[in-house]
Design a protein around this ligand. Structure first.
Ligand code: AMP
Length: 430
């Protein structure tokens, strides 16, 4: 099969790495890819949201199957465009991708399907949003409705902060049209987990559990980021809780969409808050998480190409997924200043020393090879050092041992990835 992966981050490197192991995959392309991906796939310089060019490329190069990594092409309707051109692409249609593209759409569906989530209201008018904020008081959460690269959520400790957030998003148009509508909701407390499932619109197949670390600094401090690390499995999610999440959250959403004429195919990701053994939905994503994909895909034993093809063909019923019993951990190495302003082009030392690393894989998230052959940084999150180990603490230790071999000017990373699982393993509280 000729397979195209769309995207160029750490998640896409993990997808390419796993797909390359499939006996069904003969040729692998990635658009646009990065320096690490180039070792396993032919990288083509097409942006992930340039749908016209991607359709043209897939036709010209007779691509049999396209796996879409990021949310933006999905919300723009890449899967619909490919289907119109007679091409097969893995992921939800634009209508189904609204689950991530519009927080108001997702929240209203959650309410209608009676799936647990924070109480909320949706506003197009800033004065009405402000009146609601004053009425319910702080703490409160303000969210831009549309895609805002993970930056559109404001956890507000005071009414003044929430007021500033509403002003900034709605009147200041900080995220443009993505903020012309906002969701204002109750703050939930507890511990977050990432729950992903494959679905073909009927069958729901849960993937292994994972937990990510969104804050930039140790101790879950500092600004929110795209994700500074992850580990799998998440010990918080017992098999009983997993069964409830499938039955009470994922299946009702997939069925609810189907009743509205929307067949959801692809990965459905629920960001959940767990408290007292019960899960509430914080958000949906319509694709693999990044860096959660890295820890899941190193643990996946089954053939990813097969799973993806079955999802697209809507024949997941009866499929099982095999996982490595070991745990995995991913430590993201970021550029100085991330998630704020960063510099790119810094040469990365130590990648050669890890080429034959047996304990894991160094996934590239934002790298570029320059004329002299050196690999340089090319974005905020640069590498995802992903290791396997008997337990989460073992995987974490293995990942940090590898991290110690990599360096560039200004490199920064968290030193406490997996701390909650480590605290649990030690029998204490985090
Ligand atoms: P979202 O993009 O909606 O998941 O929000 C990003 C992050 O904000 C989540 O991963 C949570 O850490 C946090 N968050 C969002 N909504 C809430 C809420 N209602 N209560 C507490 N934290 C929240």
């Amino acid at each position: 099969m000729r397979v195209l992966v769309v995207g160029g981050g750490g998640r896409e490197h993990a997808l390419v790495w796993k797909l390359a192991q499939s006996p069904r995959v003969e040729t692998l392309f990635c658009a646009p890819g990065n320096a690490g991906i180039a070792a396993e796939a032919e990288c083509v310089p097409i942006a992930a949201d340039d749908l016209d060019a991607l359709v043209r490329f897939a036709r010209e190069r007779r691509v049999d199957l396209t796996v879409v990594g990021p949310e933006r092409p999905l919300t723009l309707g890449i899967v619909d465009r490919f289907a119109d051109a007679g091409l097969r692409a893995f992921g939800p249609t634009a209508a189904a991708a609204r689950l991530e593209g519009s927080k108001a759409f997702a929240k209203e569906l959650l309410r209608e399907e009676r799936v647990p989530t924070a109480s909320f209201d949706v506003f197009d008018d800033p004065d009405a949003a402000l009146a609601y904020v004053r009425r319910i008081g702080a703490p409160v959460v303000v969210k831009a409705d549309g895609l805002a690269a993970g930056k559109g959520v404001f956890i507000c400790a005071t009414v003044a902060e929430a007021t500033a957030a509403v002003e900034d998003v709605m009147r200041g148009r900080r995220f443009g049209d993505a903020g012309s509508r906002v969701v204002v909701e109750e703050l939930l407390e507890g511990e977050e987990v990432s729950f992903m499932a494959l679905t073909d619109g009927t069958t729901v197949l849960p993937l292994a559990t994972s937990q990510d670390h969104k804050r930039a600094l140790d101790g879950d401090r500092g600004p929110n980021t795209g994700g500074m690390g992850a580990y799998s499995p998440a010990p918080l999610v017992t098999s009983a809780l997993e069964a409830r999440i499938v039955q009470e959250i994922v299946e009702p959403i997939v069925r609810g969409l189907a009743r509205r004429g929307i067949v959801y195919t692809g990965v459905l990701y629920a960001g959940l808050m767990i408290r007292d053994g019960r899960a509430s939905v914080l958000e949906f994503n319509v694709r693999f998480g990044d860096p959660e994909a890295q820890v899941l895909l190193v643990r996946l034993r089954s053939d990813l190409c097969e799973l993806v093809a079955r999802t697209c063909e809507r024949c997941l019923a009866g499929t099982t997924i095999a996982w490595d019993a070991r745990a995995a951990a991913c430590v993201v190495l970021a550029a100085e200043g991330y998630p704020g302003a960063i510099e790119t082009g810094r040469p990365i030392e130590g990648l050669d020393a890890l080429r034959d690393w047996r304990g894991g894989v160094v996934f590239h998230a934002a790298t570029r090879r320059v004329a002299d052959g050196r690999v340089v940084t090319d974005g905020g999150r640069v590498l995802g050092v992903t290791a396997l180990g008997k337990t989460v603490p073992d995987a974490v230790a293995e990942a940090y041992a590898a991290v110690g071999k990599i360096a560039w000017g200004g490199m920064h990373h968290r030193t406490d990835i997996g701390h909650r699982a480590l605290a649990r393993a030690a029998g204490g509280e985090s």
